[in-house]
Write a protein that binds this ligand. Structure first.
Ligand SMILES: *Cc1c(COP(=O)(O)O)cnc(C)c1O
Length: 360
């Protein structure tokens, strides 16, 4: 491996970006405490994968720790350093487990616990020397986790299991699958010796005490998502978006805006170009029905969303260059408007946002 030479840069700090993502710290704290309280005698952990559901790991970890979270879930080993900067290794679990010797060696070197998902992963872990780990049993999502029929294999019996986990496929619906998965998980838990049991994600917590066991794993609801109606009154919006007006112009009837000229003015119209585009995670699906807001007025999105810009109709607004507009990111509503899941709305948010955590 060659030595890497880091050049000392003398560039000044770039000016503040024209798009902002404000993270409401109090709302995040309140949401974790709500999910922890709803977890009854179980304690809530926190899913912080995908850079804290798109909000930035360094932005969400301090608030989650202050709220009381002590168990953190990521998907990839590459996400570990970001969490380790805030929390001890034994409090972090990597959901994808150990796929090979390098991952197992990294787990052992850091002290972070893998979630073992198969007999093969168990073997990889044991071959690397093993140690404390978690075990995911697939109770019916058929995605990731060891099949119940495999729980008796020799490799699994040699694991030092901290938490036995399973994951619900349809907790956000009133599906029969929930009870079936619960029964399979209970059966699995009678076959495995584990220090603790964990089944419920955000929606699963709202299914009631039968689903709570020892540890719950909320993600979405912490960040303002509402996967079940029962949570609607207690979960607060965390992410707030604003973007600057780059330019305004007046259109004559018949003129069109944006790529492919899909929107045409029927009457004299004032339009504004906003610094927000699909590269920031505001996908083209917002174009059909979405709107931005300024000073209490709705500014309908018109024409195609482009990579870096969105055009709005601001005929009825005194909006001017340099002003900031907001894009309502009430997740259940935004999900209907943009035809994207609440999870997608969060994790799509791009790197160009100036992410700030509102101080209390
Ligand atoms: C992402 C994830 C969670 C969190 O789910 P939410 O629906 O966001 O609350 C919990 N457990 C596992 C295994 C996950 O992958």
């Amino acid at each position: 491996m060659g030595r890497r030479v880091i050049l000392k840069m003398t560039l000044p700090e770039p000016p503040p970006p024209s798009l902002r993502l404000r993270i409401d710290r109090q709302a995040l704290i309140s949401n974790w405490q709500t999910m922890d309280a709803l977890s009854g005698s179980a304690s809530a952990g926190a899913a912080v994968k995908a850079d804290g559901y798109g909000l930035g790991i360094d932005n969400v970890m301090p608030a989650l720790l202050q709220a009381g979270a002590r168990q953190f879930f990521v998907a990839h080993w590459g996400e570990v350093p970001g969490v380790l900067a805030h929390a001890p290794a034994h409090s972090i679990a990597v959901l994808h487990g150990v796929r090979n010797a390098q991952e197992a060696a990294y787990a052992r070197a850091t002290g972070v616990l893998p979630v073992i998902n198969s007999a093969e992963q168990a073997r990889v872990w044991l071959d690397a020397g093993g140690g404390a780990c978690h075990l995911m049993v697939d109770s019916g999502i058929n995605r990731l986790g060891i099949a119940p029929a495999q729980l008796g294999v020799e490799e699994v019996s040699r694991l030092e299991i901290d938490t036995l986990l399973s994951h619900l496929a349809s907790a956000d619906e009133d599906s029969e699958l929930n009870a079936r998965q619960l029964a399979r998980f209970q059966e699995a838990s009678s076959m495995i010796e584990a220090r603790s049991l964990s089944l419920a994600n955000s929606a699963g917590i709202a299914l009631g005490p039968d689903y709570h066991f020892d540890l719950t794993r909320p993600g979405l609801a912490l960040y303002g998502g509402i996967p079940r109606r029962e949570l609607a009154d207690s979960i607060r919006q965390v992410a707030h978006i604003e973007a600057a007006v780059l330019q305004t112009r007046d259109l004559e009837p018949g003129e069109t805006v944006g790529y492919n000229a899909i929107w045409q003015a029927r009457k004299p119209t004032r339009v504004a170009t906003i610094s927000l585009g699909y590269a920031d995670g505001i996908l083209r699906s917002w174009g059909d029905r979405g709107a931005l807001q300024h000073d209490g007025r709705n500014l309908p999105i018109i024409g195609r969303v482009s990579m870096d810009m969105i055009i709005v109709d601001c005929t009825n607004s005194p909006l001017k260059e340099g002003d900031f507009c907001s894009l309502s990111y009430d997740l259940p509503k935004a999900s209907k408007t943009a035809q994207l899941s609440q999870y997608e709305l969060l994790t799509l948010l791009g790197s160009r946002f100036d992410r700030t955590v509102s101080t209390d």
